[in-house]
Design a protein around this ligand. Structure first.
Ligand SMILES: *Cc1c(COP(=O)(O)O)cnc(C)c1O
Length: 401
């Protein structure tokens, strides 16, 4: 039995099967490359769903983590620690906001936003107790908790997990008329991804996000932007909403905020909105811990220069030009995306998304399929143009059959 076969058999026997990973067992990684237990190298075109925007083993992030590991790693929020205030101040500044509520995972940030919006609705907007409604979009992905899957439209994510949390209305993504029609006096928030990642990197029609901003402002409703995957450089800007000149009331951040080193998420908003919480009303043992703050501070410093955003924009233009050429043939039925982020719909005769991912793996390229026939491309933002081109050549070869 090879090292790979042993690891696969053991995982098969001893882990829950809530994932169906490609049969590659990674041992080490550096930049945009991963090496498996047999010493084979793979180009990572998934980047941990954008958690690894700054690449594997990023020196600055590892140094920040290492230095903090030697100082203090956890205090709990029962006490202050000396990285917390800086982290909150600098993240708020990066977002052009005032206040930060740190959590760990993306789903926790979404849960926190649901609580924030409801509490804001009752305390500030004056919605009758228990009546708050939050509007979300069909095809959304906001995480895996019981409340979050309650407003998923994906049967795989939702089935058999009821009873479901009430208080959510689902409207078609990209449809302003439907959104306006779903708003009532009890609507407290509209929760959206500026680009729907898991749905296949769906970019809404031009003007949609600006329209959501206008409607939410007119109706005194919070616009909560889930930028957990789209944010922090991926699309060529710090936030995907910037492409439409839109500033939401609340940003949800995660994934790349922890640099692929530790889980760090945050709700970032105004002092008024986050001011609804009093001591004891919400919290997290690990949220805002010193190690998380130290790594995230380095992430924020790297984003402040704009160099990663610029790189994502330039390489992203290149990526979309190249994918446009592939889309010219009959193997690809659609290409979408923005910056270093693309969803490619592959014609069924070429194979399922899974089959294409497996063929790419055999050629040394790692991607993840979504919704049957879509391949997602989201390399670390530090990938070289040469490596990206090589990865696209492999994709071209697989699509050629
Ligand atoms: C990944 C993701 C989440 C959930 O984040 P976890 O850290 O996996 O809980 C929420 N929203 C979006 C848009 C995501 O991509």
């Amino acid at each position: 039995m090879s090292l790979t076969e042993k690891a696969l058999a053991s995982a098969e026997a001893h882990s829950a099967h809530n994932y169906h990973p490609l049969p590659v067992v990674v041992a080490t990684a550096d930049g945009a490359w991963m090496t498996d237990v047999e010493g084979r190298r793979y180009l990572d075109l998934l980047a941990g769903y954008s958690a690894l925007n700054f690449g594997h083993g990023n020196r600055r992030l590892l140094d920040a983590a290492r230095a903090q590991l030697e100082r203090v790693t956890l205090t709990s929020r029962a006490f202050h620690h000396d990285r917390f205030a800086d982290f909150c101040a600098q993240l708020a500044e990066l977002c052009g906001m005032e206040a930060v509520l740190p959590m760990n995972t993306g789903a926790e940030a979404v849960e926190t936003a649901v609580k924030t919006a409801r509490k804001w609705g009752y305390r500030v907007k004056g919605v009758p107790d228990g009546m708050a409604e939050i509007i979300v979009a069909a095809g959304n992905f906001h995480g895996r908790t019981t409340t979050v899957v309650s407003f998923s439209t994906d049967p795989e994510a939702r089935a058999d997990y009821g009873p479901y949390t009430p208080g959510f209305r689902i409207v078609p993504y990209g449809d302003l008329t439907a959104l306006a029609g779903a708003m009532t006096g009890n609507t407290v928030a509209v929760l959206l991804e500026p680009i729907q990642g898991e749905a296949g990197v769906l970019v809404p029609p031009p003007g949609y996000l600006a329209g959501v901003r206008r409607l939410t402002r007119e109706r005194n409703v919070l616009f909560v932007a889930d930028e957990i995957q789209s944010g922090l450089g991926r699309t060529g800007r710090t936030f995907a909403l910037e492409h439409e000149g839109v500033v939401p009331d609340v940003y949800l951040l995660g994934k790349a905020l922890g640099g692929g080193v530790v889980p760090v998420s945050a709700v970032v908003s105004s002092a008024e909105v986050l001011g609804v919480f009093r001591p004891g009303e919400h919290g997290s043992t690990f949220g805002g811990n010193p190690l998380a703050c130290a790594v995230a501070l380095e992430v924020i410093a790297m984003l402040r220069t704009g160099e990663y955003q610029e790189r994502a924009a330039e390489l992203g233009d290149h990526l979309h030009r190249e994918l446009g050429l592939l889309a010219g043939g009959d193997a690809v039925t659609a290409v979408r995306g923005r910056g270093l982020w693309a969803g490619i719909d592959v014609a069924p005769r070429i194979g399922t998304g899974r089959e294409i991912s497996e063929r790419l793996m055999e050629r040394g390229v790692l991607v993840k399929d979504t919704h049957g026939s879509t391949i997602r491309i989201a390399p670390p933002l530090v990938i070289t143009e040469e490596d990206l081109d090589w990865g696209l050549d492999q994709l071209g070869a697989v699509l050629a059959g």
